[in-house]
Design a protein around this ligand. Structure first.
Ligand code: ATP
Ligand code: MG
Length: 406
């Protein structure tokens, strides 16, 4: 027995969610036909909060839908081809998946068959710590591959032969590093690590979106620096992100330290910005290659572009709060202690319009726009003074413009 971890699924808030017991019973949990699985079981054993509840069941999807509805809940066929039905319990989704085994795999997608064998279902999961099942009623664990012992030892271990498991689904390489950064200790001597390094080029066969999604999840963890350092030094990222170098890892460490000292929550995209060279054209290329949204691409680009502002607020006014915080924590503008005050800061609006300048005596035309711009600059640099002060500033500007045009 592994000490230091409960022998059964511990009592926790999420297990007492109203309606959950009824849903499990409807799925036949008392007959051993439905169990909690995956992240919920793993995280609960570690005493961590659980967000997503996954249930595995011997029933096929149509039967799952019937049973979920009979329990008075909404059933959404979110991934029916893969056997997943989502039950909505108190506005929160619970994923219910029929037991499966792989029929064929090609590194990117799997064809599955439904089954009734728990061990088969466990065997197609990625890591031993992700293949733990628990009976909803009494919390009894079902552990087919020593996942509990690995969890205790903080060992992220592939189920079966790592080479074969990576050949089946290349994304598992990135998942290995993500779970290692989250729960594990980095063991460069392990066969699992070695297999991930050996097969790194197979990452090129994956869709860029999946790579990006997994990388951003990894980077968004509290401290992925040691794992990323190992990925860089052993060439794991070269096939997908050749721009990242050892100096990028140093910037990542500095960013993490700045986030910690200021208490600002990590963001995967900001961590990625730290890893990339400070070159906005390159940042944009990476954003395009990873098929990031326009908003995310812009964020990556702004983190790397030259920017000049009189104050942290002026920077936030020009780039938006998010990008200003990014630049400050990345050590590219001002110093880190300015970051927290910008979080949630909404830029004030210039309390004057072109119409006001015309009312002060300017003739409608390009001069109005130019004067308004100059006024805005002065207003930003002076820390967004109130309407009255701004009006005084505007009057002086209009007067001197009129004087010089006479
Ligand atoms: P998280 O808290 O990050 O969501 P999780 O363990 O729930 O962690 P998911 O990606 O949501 O991870 O996947 C749910 C479960 O599905 C995993 O615990 C694992 O058993 C299985 N799984 C997910 N992706 C794969 C994969 N690529 N190969 C094999 N099994 C996988
Ligand atoms: Mg999950």
């Amino acid at each position: 027995m592994s000490e230091g971890l409960p022998a059964q699924l511990p009592a926790a808030d999420w297990r007492a969610r109203p309606g959950l017991g009824k849903l499990c019973m409807a799925l036949g949990s008392e007959q051993g036909e439905a169990r909690f699985v995956g992240g919920a079981v793993r995280d609960a054993l570690l005493g961590l909060p659980v967000k997503d509840i996954d249930i595995a069941t011997v029933h096929e999807p149509d039967e799952v839908i019937r049973r979920v509805k009979a329990a008075g809940l909404r059933a959404v066929p979110t991934g029916i081809a893969h056997g997943t039905i989502t039950a909505i319990l108190d506005h929160q989704p619970i994923e219910i998946t029929t037991l499966r085994r792989d029929v064929s795999t090609d590194g990117r997608r799997a064809t599955v068959a439904f089954g009734t064998d728990w061990r088969d279902d466990a065997a197609r999961r990625d890591f031993t710590m992700n293949a733990l099942y628990a009976d909803p009623a009494d919390g009894t664990l079902h552990d087919y591959f020593d996942g509990r012992a690995d969890l205790l030892a903080r060992r992220v271990r592939f189920i079966g032969d790592p080479h074969q498991r990576i050949a089946e689904d290349h994304l598992r390489i990135l998942r290995y590093f993500r779970f290692t950064a989250r729960f594990g200790t980095l063991d460069r001597a392990s066969p699992d690590f070695a297999a991930c390094v050996t097969h790194a080029t197979s990452l090129m066969a994956l869709s860029r979106e999946r790579v990006a999604d997994e990388m951003l999840k990894l980077l968004g963890l509290p401290d992925p620096a040691d794992v990323v350092a190992a990925m860089v030094s052993d060439g794991v990222l070269v096939p997908v992100l050749p721009e990242i170098s050892e100096s990028g890892v140093e910037s990542l460490r500095a960013l993490i330290a700045a986030e910690r000292s200021t208490g600002v929550a990590p963001v995967g995209l900001r961590r990625l910005a730290a890893l990339l060279p400070q070159d906005s054209a390159q940042a944009d290329q990476v954003g395009a290659r990873l098929r990031l949204s326009n908003k995310a691409r812009q964020r990556l680009r702004l983190a790397a572009a030259p920017a000049d502002a009189a104050t942290p607020q002026a920077l936030a006014y020009a780039l938006g709060e998010e990008s200003a915080v990014d630049r400050i924590l990345l050590g590219r503008s001002f110093s880190p202690e300015h970051a927290p005050s910008l979080i949630g800061w909404t830029a004030p609006r210039l309390p004057l319009s072109g119409g006001d300048l015309i009312a002060m005596g300017l003739t409608a035309g390009p001069l109005v726009a130019r004067t308004l711009q100059a006024l805005e600059r002065a207003w930003v640099n002076q820390g967004f003074p109130d309407a009255e002060t701004t009006r005084d500033m505007a009057r002086q500007m209009v007067e001197s413009t009129l004087r010089s045009s006479q």
